[in-house]
Design a protein around this ligand. Structure first.
Ligand code: UDX
Ligand code: UDX
Ligand code: ADP
Length: 463
């Protein structure tokens, strides 16, 4: 018999914690789910009467929140209270790459996780199941356990690893019908308790259980493999451009081999998102820490290739615009790291913009979901130039036609569906001539645009 869970607490109301808990609450009306965060603005936004104002944009998410919020889904800043009453606590706080000290630029910064563990240890008065949801380096459960078990207050903590595989932009769909749910741990009873939560809507055969280390490592590996596919196709995109091949045709041709499969073969200006780069750097750091230099170098190349892809995209814009973009207006379509999300973490757009700004370009950005505040914050975070300069060189508009009016070039950085549907003749008529389009996502109709008079560059397509 496993313990029946009636109250869940989730620490961290971000892109992972928010959607995951919303779906658990929707599917398990008998479980009270409380999502807590130290960021009171974020919690207030999750509680906004207008469900369209919740802080995470995901198709279908506001409907799920509207259904469960106030019934058995709660958002709060009262972290201690939620920890105290829950039988199961999910840790979904951020684990960014370290920006200082040992492992700077490579290792995951576990300070937020450790703070959570200490807080749980301080508050808990009865036995708890603690679930790692954030992506963690393999063997983090060991550190968590040692903090939790040395509290001396007689409370038993079982630690489970339950990595999240949802992709942003399709989070709700991924949560409702996951390929698999992975639960790692060493207490059968606790594993069962968590499996029972998911079994409310996920078929048992899709719930995999492993030891805790395999679970932690699988998360890093899954992201490394996915990112590797993107870097592999991106590496070929450059070769296609030189040889006259078309990377989209190559992707279709190889993707029909069932051993390769058709997904995740879309050439792009580079992968972004909060996970891929961070997780690979983590894998590299862990491999190095065991002296496995060949393993580390192998995976590091995936990130180096991605950096190259972003650079060469920007470089191509400069070369094509007669070797200078100084004072030229470049319209950016898209800033998010992929379509259907307002998340911009590690977005290729940030790095492409930074490179062009170093060449004194004037950038006008349009993204259907990303705020002006976020775009400036992303550029300021790089610390390449002062905040005033970023605001002088970059303008954010909420009308795509305004962004492209009198521009020297248009650069597509995100694959938002609406970009295809624009009146491109109207755009052509208002742009400077020659009118250049740099399609970093291969979403626009190259032939149609060329016929209109545009000079079109499409990632991975040879001329
Ligand atoms: C390969 C391609 O599969 C085939 O499409 C092409 O036409 C010729 O090259 P082949 O070399 O005959 O075929 O065998 P394959 O099954 O691909 O195996 C190649 C090598 O990879 C073998 O040594 C195999 O043992 C190894 N392998 C394959 C692994 O080590 N692990 C795997 O998961 C798969
Ligand atoms: C990823 C994993 O997919 C998910 O399982 C994990 O839980 C978190 O990390 P996410 O980062 O949200 O999810 O999005 P994903 O769809 O994987 O895309 C990552 C980046 O790769 C995006 O910038 C996307 O544009 C890019 N990408 C993806 C490509 O350039 N080409 C592709 O074929 C696929
Ligand atoms: P992810 O994509 O992993 O969900 P986010 O950055 O979107 O990452 O969300 C993580 C959330 O965790 C943030 O809202 C942050 O404020 C919250 N957080 C970090 N540390 C703590 C903590 N000790 N207690 C409560 N919330 C925390």
């Amino acid at each position: 018999m496993s313990k029946k869970i009636t109250k869940i607490c989730c620490i961290g109301a971000g892109y992972v914690g928010g959607p995951t808990m919303a779906v658990i609450a929707q599917k398990c009306p008998d479980i009270k789910v409380t999502v807590v965060d130290i960021n009171s603005r974020r919690i207030a936004a999750w509680n906004d009467e207008d469900v369209d104002k919740i802080p995470v944009y995901e198709p279908g998410l506001s409907e799920v929140v509207a259904e469960a919020r106030g019934r058995n889904l709660f958002f709060s800043t009262e972290v201690d209270k939620a920890i105290d009453e829950a039988e199961m606590i999910f840790i979904s706080v951020n684990t960014p790459t370290k920006t200082y000290g040992k492992g700077k630029g490579m290792a995951a910064d576990l300070k937020y996780i450790e703070l959570c563990a200490r807080q749980i240890a301080r508050v808990a008065k009865d036995d708890k199941i603690v679930v790692e949801k954030s992506t963690l380096p393999v063997r983090t459960a060991g550190a968590l356990k040692s903090i939790l078990q040395n509290t001396g207050n007689g409370v038993r903590f079982d630690i489970l690893s339950n990595p999240e595989f949802l992709a942003e932009g399709t989070a709700v769909q991924d949560l409702l019908a996951p390929d698999r749910v992975l639960i790692g741990g060493d207490s059968e009873e606790s594993i069962r308790a968590l499996a029972d939560v998911y079994a409310n809507w996920v078929p048992e055969k899709n719930i995999l259980t492993t030891n805790v280390w395999s679970s932690e490592l699988s998360k890093l590996t899954a992201n490394a493999f996915l990112a590797q596919r993107v870097s592999s196709i991106n590496a070929l995109s450059e070769l296609c451009e030189k040889t006259g091949a078309d990377v989209n045709e190559v992707a279709r041709a190889i993707g029909t081999d069932s051993r390769i499969g058709p997904k995740f073969l879309k050439a792009s200006v580079g992968f972004g998102g909060s996970c891929f780069q961070k997780d690979i750097l983590n894998l590299v750091y862990i491999a190095k820490s065991y002296g496995l230099n060949e393993v580390a170098d192998y995976w590091e190349q995936v990130v180096l290739m991605n950096d190259h892809q972003k650079h060469r995209f920007a470089d191509n814009i400069i070369t094509t615009l007669y070797n200078t973009v100084s004072g030229k207006k470049i319209a950016f379509l898209g800033w998010a790291f992929k379509k259907d999300t307002n998340d911009t973490r590690e977005s290729a757009a940030i790095h492409v913009a930074d490179y062009l700004l170093n060449e004194q370009a004037e950038i006008v950005v349009y993204d259907p979901k990303v705020t002006e505040e976020q775009i400036y914050a992303d550029l300021d975070y790089l610390n390449t130039r002062d905040e005033k300069e970023n605001r002088k060189l970059v303008t954010v508009v909420n009308d795509p036609y305004k962004a492209m009016k009198e521009a020297h070039a248009v650069a597509v950085l995100t694959e938002w569906d609406e970009f295809r549907a624009y009146d491109w003749q109207r755009v052509y008529d208002t742009m400077l001539k020659p009118s250049f389009v740099f399609d970093g996502r291969a979403v626009l109709d190259r032939e149609q645009l060329t016929d209109m008079g545009f000079e079109v560059y499409t990632i991975g397509v040879g001329r």
